[in-house]
Design a protein. Structure first.
Length: 219
């Protein structure tokens, strides 16, 4: 099995190593991992730092957007560049949990179009939702974090709307849930940092147009 882990970033140079290494550490004799880092026009020396810190590491690929493309654009850049049949996206301030077991959706025997979220059939490792999850998302919105999601490359390549500056992933999940089956792992896989630089949803006054001056550009 092979998986591409996309890590979009903007001025998170001091956090990137943990995110990248947590993805690479999932590799095994049965699992090939590549980390695709998308630098969304950072001005903190991210690209130069990556070239030095991961020099010679063939599993790490660094892409630099020629212009800032914001959250959806940075993620889409990485998704389109992914070389493997499964795609995961984690924020640069997140990391995969490290313990004695592998992340279940990185198990070569784990078969699911898109993994994450909570309603229908249970097995040992996950809750697998039926088609009603589409309606559940519309009614209750999205309560899961993009950093914890892994999906097949064909699902990922339906891409997020770059015209939206917030909630761009919610529209993406709604579209996918209309066509794909979602599942939620029972055990947490990601440790996520929350800090003062995170901008809440209500901070963007015009989500479909010009962003609020304080809006975050990417993960």
């Amino acid at each position: 099995m092979k998986i591409s882990v996309v890590i979009p970033t903007f001025n998170r140079c001091h956090l990137l190593a943990e995110a990248i290494n947590s993805a690479l550490d999932q590799a095994s004799s049965e699992l090939e991992v590549e980390a695709v880092i998308v630098d969304d026009e950072s001005d903190d020396g991210t690209a130069a730092w990556l070239e030095t810190a991961f020099a010679g590491e063939h599993r790490v690929r660094v892409l630099v957007n020629g212009r800032g493309k914001r959250p959806a654009g940075a993620r889409n850049t990485g998704i389109l560049a992914a070389r493997h049949p499964k795609v995961g996206v984690i924020f640069s301030r997140a990391r995969y949990e490290q313990d004695e077991t592998e992340v279940p959706y990185m198990d070569p025997n784990f078969e699911c179009k898109l993994c994450y979220a909570s309603i229908a059939t249970e097995d040992k490792d996950a809750v697998v939702f039926d088609r009603s999850y589409f309606g559940h998302l519309l009614k209750y919105s999205c309560y899961f974090n993009l950093s914890a999601v892994v999906m097949t490359a064909d699902a990922a390549r339906q891409l997020m709307s770059e015209s939206l500056h917030i909630a761009e992933d919610f529209k993406f999940w709604v579209r996918l849930s209309h066509e794909q089956i979602f599942a939620c792992l029972k055990v947490p896989q990601i440790r996520y940092r929350s800090h003062s630089a995170n901008i809440p949803f209500k901070a963007d006054k015009d989500p479909a147009g010009i962003p609020h001056p304080c809006s975050i550009r990417t993960a």
